[in-house]
Design a protein around this ligand. Structure first.
Ligand code: ZN
Ligand code: ZN
Length: 318
């Protein structure tokens, strides 16, 4: 086993490990400070030099790769095993997820599996209801669920406990070990494309800014809005034990992840948007992979189960 994928010595429960100060400082910079600071810088930048069509195209493509990589790769494939697929697609999805700069897949999956076990109860790493459910307490909870917990939580999910299956996978271990290079690629790629496309240093710089920095910050806020918004607002057509909910604009930005209520009902289901009108681009792409023969064993929703689990029976299935 690669030594970099072995968690720190445990001083919490078997489910958690203590994060070192160095690690928390990295989290503070990469996951809290930069994603807040960069969009603030983007406003005067857009005002000053504007954003050209080339940078828009590069940023949108990088956004789609990152968000699909998280939704289909990190989340539905590696965390929940909602389908299986051939190795080239597995590796491609892992790399695409890495473009979001949200950490190695084992860390991401460990925190997320713990979230599902304790959702909105003690032990959930990021519940917006942590401090109570009146105005200010809820606002504080949402900030905690969105990005606050990345720095404040001293106990992090133990990879040995939560993701032994991933740690046993040589491709995952290689990816984790190469993660800093993957994160660097997330910025180098748009920069190189911008430079070659425009054949200029200025084109490389603006592509780095919009397609690299600003895109990474936006991707973070979009991903984490599932934890903050889609556990607070929206409708809950299924009877789950937590407060997971459906929020249409979050679902559209996350390419399907904002249909979060059914996801907590059946975490291993490959489709999150299961009701009429709930467009789920990630599920659509998994279906295309299945049709192409690249993905198999896909766990699609069972209409009978879906109908049985609904609180509101007016629209039993799509
Ligand atoms: Zn959730
Ligand atoms: Zn999940």
């Amino acid at each position: 086993m690669n030594s970099s994928s072995i968690p720190q010595p445990d001083s919490g429960t078997a489910e958690t490990v203590t994060a070192t100060t160095g690690r928390r400082t990295v989290y503070l910079i990469v996951l809290v400070v930069l994603p807040v600071l960069l969009p603030a810088l983007a406003v005067p930048a857009a005002w000053g030099w504007g954003i050209g069509p080339r940078d828009v195209v590069i940023a949108v493509v990088m956004y789609l790769i990152s968000i699909f990589g998280i939704a289909i790769g990190y989340h539905r494939l590696f965390t929940h095993r909602a389908f299986r697929c051939h190795r080239p697609l597995r590796v491609a999805l892992m790399l695409a997820g890495g473009m979001a700069v949200e950490g190695p897949v084992t860390l991401w999956a460990a925190e997320h599996r713990r979230h599902h076990k304790y959702a909105d109860r003690d032990g959930d790493p990021h519940s917006p209801w942590r401090y109570g459910d009146d105005g200010l307490a809820l606002l504080r909870g949402m900030a905690h669920a969105h990005i606050g917990w990345f720095y404040t939580a001293r106990q992090r999910s133990s990879r040995r406990h939560w993701v032994p299956d991933l740690l046993a996978d040589p491709d995952v271990r290689r990816f984790d070990a190469a993660y800093p290079a993957v994160a660097a690629l997330s910025f180098a790629l748009p920069t190189a494309v911008g430079g070659l496309w425009s054949m200029s240093w200025a084109g490389a710089w603006t592509a780095f800014f919009w397609g690299g920095l600003v895109r990474y910050a936006v991707v973070h806020h979009v991903t984490w809005s599932v934890n903050s918004i889609a556990h607070t607002f929206g409708d809950r057509p299924f009877r789950t034990r937590d407060r997971s909910s459906n929020v249409r604009w979050v679902a559209m930005l996350t390419l399907g992840e904002g249909w979060h209520n059914w996801h907590h009902m059946e975490p291993a289901c490959a489709r999150h948007g299961v009701l009429r009108g709930q467009f789920d681009p990630s599920a659509r792409l998994i279906r295309w992979f299945e049709l192409a023969g690249w993905a198999f064993g896909v766990r699609w929703p069972d209409p009978a189960r879906l109908a049985a689990r609904r609180i509101d029976q007016r629209d039993p299935h799509p």
